[in-house]
Structure formats: C-alpha cells, structure tokens
Design a protein around this ligand. Structure first.
Ligand SMILES: *Cc1c(COP(=O)(O)O)cnc(C)c1O
Length: 392
C-alpha cells in the first residue's frame, strides 16, 4: 500500500505533468559533440555548452588518461584535509595568471559553478547585508544570497540605472552586485564597465558569473578581460564544464577574497575535492583555450551563419552575439512541439520553459560550438524552416 507521503508526491507529479512543465532527461549514447545519439537516434545536436568542442578533444582525453594513471581516480577528501594535490595547485596558478581580474589575483578550484557561487557570496556578505542581482541571473546566484542570509534585491535585466537607485536606497553595511556576464538563457552580455562604476560609487563587490564567457570572450580570458576591466572588487567565477569541456569551476579574485573562501566558505570546506585527473585534463583544456584563436574564429563564423539564416523565421531571435542563440516561441506546449518537430528532422535543440525563463517566453536555446561544421548549421536552419511550414 502506498504511504500518504508517496501519495502526496505522486499528486504533485501528476499536476506538473498536466501543466506542460514535465521535464525529461534524454539519454545520450555518445560523447558530447555535434553528432550525438539521443535516446538511440543519431542527431545533430545544438544543446550542450561545449562551445569550443573540448569535451571530446583527444589531447584533453589523453591528459585525463595520464592523470588517472599518475594520480588515481579519487581525491579522497576535501582540499583542506588531504584532497589538494599537485595538479590542483598547478591548475590554480595557471587559471590565476590567465583570468586575473586584478593584479596579483589568485584562483581557487571548486566542485561546480553552483557551489562556487554559494561560496563566494557567503564569504563576502551575511545577515543584514544586501545582494543586488539582475533579474535574469542564474538561479544559483539567488540561492547563494539565501545561503548567506543576505537580503536579495533584484533589478530589471541589464538596467544599471535601476540598480543605481536600489544601491542608493540601501542601508546595508556590505553590498554585493551579482551578475551573469553572459546570460545563460538569453545570450546577451552584462554592462560590466557600468556595473563596476556603480560598485565603486557604492563601495560594493562585483561578482561576475562568467560561466558562458570564459574560454569564449576576451580571446578566451573571459568577460572581464573582454571589457578591459581590472579591480580588487571584482570576483570572477568561471565554470570548467562548459567551454573548458571538463567539470568544476574556479574563483579568481584578490588573494584576500580567495583566502576568506578557503577559511570560511562551507561549500568549499565541506565538499570533497574533484579528482586530480580532472585537473590534469583541465590543464590540457586550458592550453587549448589559450591557443584557441582558430576555434573561436570558427565559432564566430557559425554564429554569424546562423543569425543570417534565421532572420526570416516566425519566432523572435534575441539579439545575441554569443554562442547562445535563443528563439522565443512563447507558449510551453508550442516550444515542446517545435523541439519534437526538429528532433523528427534529426536536429536536437532543447526547449526551455518556465521557471527557468519568465512566463510566456518559452524558447529554443540553440547553442553553437566550434565543433559544428557549416553543414550542421545549414541542417539546423533547414529543419527550422521546414518545421515552420509543417508543424508536427
Ligand atoms: C551553468 C551555470 C552555473 C553552474 O555551473 P555548474 O558548474 O554547472 O554548477 C552557474 N552560473 C551560470 C550562469 C551557469 O550557466
């Protein structure tokens, strides 16, 4: 007999299914790459954040293999107990030199971008302080304010004037501005120079979540470098599972910020270090990012090709110059139908629905990669035009 606890969950799940918000995990029988096998079907995939095609790169795979042979497969403990090994330390030094948001910056590896944001915010603000957040920030920056027990003050997307008003009205002893650098579901870019001016004017931290900029923008160094900025109040978070193709994340900031996270941030202290073999893979990946001019040029060409070919589609293409190219469809059921229509034509583009994006803005999130050939993008454009004429 089903308990009332299970019964309550099953009613909640049934409601979700009825509301068109049901999420399914598709299973890939292939590495990440344009030629994926999704639920047993070969497709051209425009779904992953593997913007430079490093997730299945032979040199990165070989570095992981050698790393496993040299260091084993498990880190054994948290960084503060005994999990911090030579490849972690080497990678941190290389990331600090490459990304440095201020002179003398240090870098700190974290298990994931989600954990990194929790750690940064909790280390810098607490109860009674305020986190100022763009309304379209990634969910984990909002969760970070909750963990820190700080007040969360959201401002309209990209609206620096509205942010300035909120900062001026705040009496919080410590303030922190948090923003995605490249917005994950929109592909547009935060006005970082203006945000830094406001941070200076109001003595606030500026936390830049560069999950989608690191490796791609600023010739690889990320969004802060692309904007030509450097400041001790900037804390950059970069993820290592997207353009870098592996897993994990890092914080790059003034050494006092990094040391405060090491000493006090619970998501850092109470979590097992990632295996050293991943740090080995990431050193190879970072080398490919540093020398990645060709990959980035190929990516830029695919973005331009897609945008040129998508202008006459009936859905709204958001103004994005990054690999994230959203087509706003509107309704939940419509976007799911369109995604399925593309899948029937051998093209995989995920449908993104609320609450990940605001109500009424369900969309296809088309994600381009240097691994795509021009013919792959043509295939996507053909499938979109075809699906428009003959909806599934
Ligand atoms: C993916 C993402 C994260 C989380 O990073 P993970 O390493 O996947 O945990 C954080 N912020 C943004 C903007 C992201 O897109």
């Amino acid at each position: 007999m089903t308990t009332s606890l299970i019964g309550a969950l099953e009613r909640g799940l049934a409601q979700r299914r009825a509301s068109g918000r049901w999420r399914v995990r598709r299973t890939l029988a292939s590495p990440q790459g344009p030629g994926a096998i999704v639920d047993g079907v070969p497709v051209v995939a425009f779904a992953s954040n593997d913007y430079l095609g490093l997730a299945n790169d032979p040199a990165v795979i070989e570095a992981a293999r050698e790393g496993a042979a040299r260091w084993g497969v498990g880190a054994g403990a948290s960084h503060l107990v005994c999990g911090h090994q030579v490849p972690h330390a080497d990678l941190e030094r290389e990331l600090a030199a490459y990304v440095a948001p201020c002179p003398g910056a240090q870098a700190l590896l974290m298990g994931s971008g989600y954990l990194a944001n929790l750690a940064i915010v909790a280390a810098l603000v607490g109860r009674g302080d305020a986190v100022f957040a763009d309304r379209l920030n990634h969910a984990c920056l909002n969760d970070a304010a909750l963990l820190a027990r700080a007040d969360l003050v959201r401002y309209p997307h990209l609206d620096a004037d509205a942010l300035a008003q909120r900062l001026a009205a705040s009496r919080a002893p410590r303030r922190l501005i948090a923003t995605d650098a490249v917005f994950s579901m929109d592909g547009d870019v935060a006005p970082l120079a203006r945000l830094l001016e406001l941070a200076q004017a109001h003595d606030a931290w500026l936390v830049v979540d560069d999950a989608h900029g690191f490796g791609v923008l600023g010739d690889g160094r990320g969004s802060v470098a692309a904007a030509g900025l450097a400041s001790e109040r900037i804390v950059t978070m970069g993820t290592l599972g997207k353009a870098a193709g592996v897993a994990g994340a890092f914080v790059a900031a003034h050494p006092a910020v990094v040391e405060t996270i090491v000493q006090s941030a619970r998501p850092y202290i109470y979590s097992t270090a990632a295996p050293a073999l991943l740090a080995c893979a990431l050193r190879a990946s970072l080398a490919a990012i540093r020398d990645g001019h060709e990959r980035r040029a190929r990516l830029a060409a695919r973005i331009a090709q897609f945008r040129a070919g998508a202008q006459d589609l009936p859905w709204t293409l958001l103004p994005s110059s990054t690999p994230i190219q959203p087509l706003i469809v509107g309704g939940d059921a419509e976007v799911v139908a369109l995604s399925l229509a593309l899948l029937a034509r051998g093209v995989f583009v995920p449908a993104i629905r609320p609450p990940t994006v605001p109500e009424g803005t369900a969309r296809l999130r088309i994600s381009l990669s240097a691994a795509h050939e021009a013919a792959d993008v043509d295939r996507l454009l053909d499938a979109l035009h075809d699906a428009q004429r003959a909806p599934a």
